[in-house]
Design a protein around this ligand. Structure first.
Ligand code: NAD
Length: 486
């Protein structure tokens, strides 16, 4: 580890943040955080108990009324200062993510930009929360429609985007006037802890954001979710865990936002610009080492261009540099853990046993660290597990189609519906795809769609609710209607 890395890690808080105080977990229990590129322990931090979780909720509940009563401009200014502080600490945040999660430093910098934009966007939205006023149709009453903060909110975030998944929830909640308890992922909690110091520096009042890190997510989350004082649950993670949380939230009829798994189709028509399709494919597949909910999972390519597409992709993928994300020029860092490596291997083996061909890669790499070669598998046959399950690794799987109707049928043949990518130069066909694909988001001739100004979210089992865009703040507002006799 370099002295710069050690110095940065030394500045990351190691305790829970409750009611404006850094505090030890009950029994001073700790958990360790590792660098997936080396397997080394990089920090030991507080490991919260269920009682600690409830203490955090107590603080959020206590702060709720005053926070909801602050002027929107005050909330906006705090978010704007937080945005500025993120810019000033861009290199710290980026390096921290690379150390705990493994992504290449250049991509970590990109995440700081993306995640920071939610702070700026919602600082602008905080002062635009509006309502309606009008006569009822009978002319007998005035209808006033206003919006109020939902109330104390609980957030559970995943390890793959340690910064952006936190800001995408925290920023709209604060803008709307909600207080927060956040439980960062146990594998990558350091970024959220460091970001919390920036929120404090930006002037956030005590108790408005509370952070509980824990190795036992379900036992800490359960009592918070079933507490009648909680009003909102927002989760980003796998569909399986999301389903459990929705049923827990049903007991208190909580407002829920769920950003769940994906199985994105990447459809390349025979009329596509292949250079653009290849460029889009590399981004859609290999960004974040393939560990993105938006990662293209199934490359559905017209049979007339599939061989050429595969050849060009394999050439680029074979030249990718694999290594620790801090090294110059690295494009593929480690996977998050051994399980992720085993899963990639299993999916490739299953596809090959059913008749697919490995064009490049296809093997786990020797340790230390949990690396898997960037891989292209061609000729994947229907029924292969790789077409049904989230790969969450640097493996690109190609299957073919013969006509447009089959492309649509294959693309929609999944319980997920987060994002779809389509490459075609035929505008009318592009519009037909917008209408026919069952998806919350779509990239037409582009391999990345995320933007703080756009509503991010899925349909089907990819989730409910939207983060970002004009829609994002509504997840934290309740509509109130008042009638006044005219
Ligand atoms: P995960 O579901 O295993 O964990 C997500 C979070 O939930 C973590 O903080 C974890 O500690 C917590 N958790 C796990 N089990 C829990 C339980 N029983 N009760 C309460 N909390 C629990 O997911 P992950 O492996 O961290 O992330 C990868 C998944 O997240 C993928 O499926 C990916 O598609 C999805 N994801 C979705 C989006 C989106 O916006 N749609 C964004 C990023 C990741």
């Amino acid at each position: 580890m370099t002295s710069r890395e050690q110095e940065l890690l030394g500045r990351v808080p190691t305790q829970l943040f409750i009611g404006g105080q850094w505090t030890d977990a009950e029994g001073s229990r700790t958990l360790v955080v590792r660098d997936p590129a080396t397997g080394d322990v990089i920090r030991e931090i507080a490991d919260a108990s269920p009682a600690d979780g409830i203490r955090a909720l107590d603080a959020a509940v206590a702060a709720q009324e005053a926070w909801a009563a602050t002027a929107p401009r005050e909330r906006s200014d705090i978010l704007r200062r937080a945005f500025d502080l993120v810019q000033a600490h861009k290199e710290d945040l980026a390096l921290l993510m690379t150390l705990e999660m493994g992504k290449p430093l250049a991509e970590a910098r990109g995440e700081v930009v993306y995640g920071g934009e939610f702070l700026r966007w919602f600082s602008e939205e905080a002062v635009r929360i509006s309502g309606r006023y009008g006569l009822n149709p009978e002319g007998t009453g005035r209808m006033v429609i206003s919006q109020r903060p939902v109330g104390p909110s609980f957030f559970i975030t995943p390890w793959n985007f340690p910064f952006a998944m936190a800001t995408r929830k925290i920023a709209p909640a604060l803008a709307a006037g909600c207080t927060v308890v956040i439980k960062p992922p146990e594998l990558t909690p350091l970024t959220t802890l460091f970001f919390t110091t920036l929120l404090v520096e930006a002037g956030l009042p005590s108790g408005v954001v509370n952070v509980v890190t824990t190795s036992s997510s379900s036992s800490v989350s359960g009592p918070i979710i079933s507490d009648p004082r909680l009003r909102k649950l927002s989760f980003t993670g796998s569909t399986g865990v999301g389903q459990k949380l929705i049923s827990q939230a049903a007991e208190g009829v909580l407002r829920v936002s769920m950003e769940l798994g994906g199985n994105a189709p990447f459809v390349v028509f025979e009329d596509a610009d292949l250079d653009k399709a290849v460029e889009g494919a590399l981004l859609a597949k290999f960004r974040n080492i393939g560990q993105a909910c938006t990662a293209a999972n199934r490359f559905i390519v017209h049979e007339s261009v599939a061989a050429e597409f595969g050849r060009r992709i394999a050439e680029k993928v074979g030249a990718m540099k694999v290594g620790r994300g801090t090294e110059e020029g690295v494009q593929i860092g480690p996977l998050i853990d051994d399980r992720a490596v085993a899963k990639a291997q299993e999916l490739v083996t299953d596809a090959v046993e059913r008749g697919a061909t490995v064009l490049v890669g296809g093997q786990a790499l020797d340790g230390p660290g949990t690396f898997y070669e960037p891989t292209v598998v061609d000729g994947v046959v229907p029924g292969s597990a790789i077409l049904r399950e989230e790969i969450f690794g640097p493996v690109l799987a190609i299957t073919t189609f013969t006509d447009e109707a089959e492309a649509v049928r294959l693309a929609n043949d999944t319980e997920y519906g987060l994002v779809s990518y389509v490459f075609t130069q035929d505008l009318a066909r592009g519009h037909r795809m917008i209408d026919q694909l069952e998806t919350g988001m779509m990239g037409l001739n582009v391999g990345v769609v995320s933007n703080a100004a756009a509503p991010f979210g899925g349909v089907k089992q990819s989730g409910v609710g939207r983060e970002g865009g004009l829609e994002g703040i509504n997840e934290y507002l309740s509509v109130k209607y008042t009638l006044i006799p005219a």
